[in-house]
Design a protein around this ligand. Sequence first.
Ligand code: DGI
Ligand code: FE
Ligand code: FE
Length: 380
Amino acid sequence: MKTGILGGSFNPPHKGHLNIATKCAEFAGLDRVLIIPSNIAPHKSSAAFVSGEDRLNMCKIAFPSPLFEVSSIELDRGDTSYTVDTLRELKEKYPDDELYFIIGSDMFETFTQWYLWDEILKLCTLCVASRVKGFKPDFSSYTEEQRRKIIYAEYEPLELSSTELRARLKSNFNCEDLLDAGVAEYIREHKLYDDDFDEYRAALAKVLDAKRLYHCECVSEAAGELAALYGADVNKAKLAGLLHDITKRLPEEEQLALAGKEMTALEKSNYKIHHQMSAPVYLRNNGITGDEEILTAIRWHTTGRAGMSLLEKIVYTADFISADRSYPDVDTVRRLAKISLEHAMLYTSRYTVNYLVAHDRPVHPATVDCYNDMLAHFGL
Ligand code: DGI
Ligand code: FE
Ligand code: FE
């Protein structure tokens, strides 16, 4: 029997997952595919509120039998889910099966950094799902024998991430084409991905259009993930991300009325940076939040500055890597943000300075300070 394995956090499972599993099953002639939600340590996850049990139940709805079989093997084991441990266990349970482990080509790029990757290749065949036609991987780190254990399935991807999906759910975007109707129902019924931000959302909806609301939800999600990764307060980060652009669509006169007194001439003449100054005043005046940390993070989210706090760095970076962003370097910045906030910020502050200089636009001193601060951080 040829058994495929698709692992993931499935938070929530969506049609992109179903697509990759179905295509790989066809390509490799798999008899069944095991769907294995990974165990997530609660403190590590920004969507910590969604239990393993709920993710397991959603997978059962999203992946129909008989081809798919949902397994709780990683949830039962607890702790960090290492692929090698899962494969060992499966090998014991199904000694006569040929195992195929499905991964995306982007994950494959760093495969040789996985824990005991060479043993993984002894236990299974890697089925690399490539979105690029005629994908030619770099094989230099593999032996001839290892190469034979790696196959490629070309597929038409559904460009979609769970982060994006959660932001869509919250801004009431239509998710029908992305999410199984049963899973959507399950999420509603169990109030998953709900937070206590509905009052904040109502305040935002008064002054922002649908597109900007969606951007704010995306930044909120990204900020929550960064906070979980770097040990900041996840709720605070999510709220700061949610509110960061609240005054973006207010008329210029209103923004100046809110914060004009504190603005320098350069700030007054640069419309793009008004909203970082007006937002904290607006939030406080309207009784939306008086949380100093949140207000300060929003206050510097466009320019950055020297000596930023962890929360300030998180909001600043989340704004660059949120799921709705699509500028050419965005994937590079997303990758850097996982390495360190400073790596990402060196890149983005340099990008901003370059962009402004190239377009003959004035550069705010705080933007330069931020860039210099990052250079200094790396001893440059
Ligand atoms: O509000 P967002 O669009 O989500 O993002 P943001 O608050 O980072 O704003 C980005 C815009 O602000 C972008 O068009 C560049 C501009 N900007 C950033 N730093 C400076 C700046 N504009 C000037 N003039 N000077 C700056 O230092
Ligand atoms: Fe902004
Ligand atoms: Fe923004």
